[in-house]
Design a protein around this ligand. Structure first.
Ligand code: COA
Length: 472
């Protein structure tokens, strides 16, 4: 039986084959990253020429290491990899990460097949080849050769591109999106997207799963994994255009496949296709901290009519509805807005709206059973009060009692200059999902709607299973 991936992400012993004293080499960086992770494990550098690397006893071969090895990182030229893999099999290593490039991504399918043949019939699992490895931020283990420390959180990322995976770490940090694990799958010789989706689906540190894919090897397994997953799955699939598909083939040696089929299949499986990485992070920020939408009705609160219309358009274009206010809600809103405006949805609080108007309007919409999610927006037009807007939204998002009672997401939108930017920076660092465009806000609300639908299906399924087991 193949190994369960929990030991892969939390190994007790790790060896780095191709560890080097030369700080310019990948094998040096990989060893150093594990060492500076301060992760509790036995660590063995492997290099036939050295006795000691980075203060650690070095072994000539994996076979010389005393005791068992859970995880091996391989960083030697591709041609040497098959022999190392034979050692791994002989040593009964549980997991191997082949960092080395030079396999099917450059057309060297025979070498990849040779590795596949070596591991066939064993219980060892292999990540790569042509991968950066992984970073497990939740448990402080960096089993990759790239620098970059992710902010801890509950998004787990799977990337077919190593470089993009690395870029995602920095972007996530900039966007204040916390990461649990980030992993590069490379050529997916063995450990594939579906294995990881399944693992993350049960991983207590993961709340949202994000993928960057260029192609999947086993479409059915991939879609089944998304379908079976009880967490939101966000997918950036590259190669939408014909030129992009051509680039995919030369990057990881895989075929992009029909883009429309991918879109339909991801949707049908219950996943969400994102246009790009920024959209993935936007959605993850909402999904990680906000309740899902129970229906598709959005209430919009703004201090600028134009921004309200843009938000309405963007919501409707994404399958959400911006309904008219009920008579009861309209009456309550009328009591808190200036006489120069009428109570509508979008609720126009007028340019000078301060803390009280924002807070009251949000609470009124939270209490309205005809509204499933709320967008609180502010445009910095002349005499607007961005500090009061950001203060109100921070209070609302943080007020746990409000969330527990109403179970409705609150997202923010802002349009303005540097003063606003600084305030929004503080909001983002406090975990408030706030976006600088109507479209990005609406897309994130859409993700919360899709998640709500998924949860509904899950609840129905549970109910029907319970009924079935009772009737037996
Ligand atoms: N066991 C252990 N170590 C061995 C070995 C063996 N059987 N045979 C050689 N080595 C040692 C080498 O002597 C060297 O150590 P040294 O610096 O002390 O001499 C070390 O392993 C590395 O081998 P080297 O030949 O110097 O290779 P390299 O470090 O220049 O390149 C790779 C190796 C894997 C990094 C390179 O081939 C590669 O694939 N680079 C791209 C990686 C990549 O980008 N991956 C995808 C990321 S998304």
């Amino acid at each position: 039986m193949k190994q369960d991936l929990s030991v892969f992400f939390k190994p007790k012993s790790i060896a780095v084959v191709g560890a080097s004293k030369d700080s310019r080499k990948i094998g040096h960086a990989a060893l150093k990253n594990i060492l500076i992770s301060d992760y509790p494990c036995k660590l063995y550098p492997i290099n036939p020429k050295e006795d000691q690397i980075l203060g650690l006893k070095c072994y000539k071969s994996l076979l010389d290491v005393p005791g068992t090895i859970d995880l091996v990182l391989v960083s030697v030229p591709a041609a040497l990899v098959p022999n190392i893999m034979k050692d791994c099999v002989q040593k009964k290593v549980k997991f191997t990460i082949i960092i080395s490039s030079g396999f099917s991504e450059i057309g060297n399918h025979e070498l990849e097949q040779e590795v596949e043949d070596i591991i066939k019939g064993t219980s060892m699992r292999v990540l790569g080849p042509n991968t950066m490895g992984f970073k497990n931020a939740s448990d402080n283990l960096d089993a990759s050769f790239v620098f970059g420390v992710p902010r801890k959180g509950n998004l787990s990322l799977i990337s077919q591109s190593g470089a993009l995976g690395i870029g995602m770490i920095y972007l996530a940090n900039n966007e204040f999106v916390g990461v649990s694990k980030i992993i590069g799958v490379g050529n997916k010789l063995d450990i594939d997207d579906d294995d990881l989706i399944e693992f993350f689906s049960h991983d207590p540190d993961t709340k949202v799963i994000g993928l960057y894919i260029e192609a999947v090897k086993d479409g059915r397994a991939f879609m089944n994994a998304i379908k079976a997953c009880d967490k939101p799955v966000l997918v950036v699939k590259a190669g939408r255009s014909s030129a992009g598909a051509r680039a995919t083939a030369s990057h990881t040696g895989s075929m992009a496949g029909s883009d429309k089929i991918y879109s339909a299949a991801i949707k049908q499986a219950g996943g969400i296709r994102c246009r790009d990485i920024v959209e993935l992070f936007d959605m993850a920020r909402g999904l990680a901290g906000q309740p899902a939408m129970k229906g598709n009705r959005v209430g919009i609160i703004t201090n600028g009519g134009g921004l309200g219309i843009l938000l309405t358009d963007a919501c409707e274009e994404n399958g959400l509805v911006v309904p008219k206010l009920s008579a009861k809600t309209a009456k309550r809103i009328d009591e808190i807005i200036p006489d120069i405006v009428k109570p509508n949805n979008p609720v126009d609080l007028v340019a000078d709206a301060g803390f009280f108007r924002y807070e009251s309007a949000t609470k009124i919409l939270l209490e309205d059973p005809n509204i499933d999610g709320i967008i609180v927006a502010s445009v910095h037009g002349g005499y607007a009060r961005p500090r009061e807007f950001t203060g109100a939204i921070l209070k609302m998002v943080r007020e746990k009692r409000l969330h527990e009672t109403h179970q409705k997401p609150i997202l923010g939108t802002w349009v303005g200059g540097t003063e606003f930017e600084e305030l929004v920076f503080d909001l983002k660092s406090a975990g408030v999902p706030i976006y600088p465009s109507s479209w990005r806000t609406a897309r994130s609300m859409y993700a919360l709607y899709v998640e709500g639908q998924r949860l509904k299906r899950e609840a129905l399924q549970k109910e029907s299973n319970q009924k079935k087991s009772k009737s037996k």
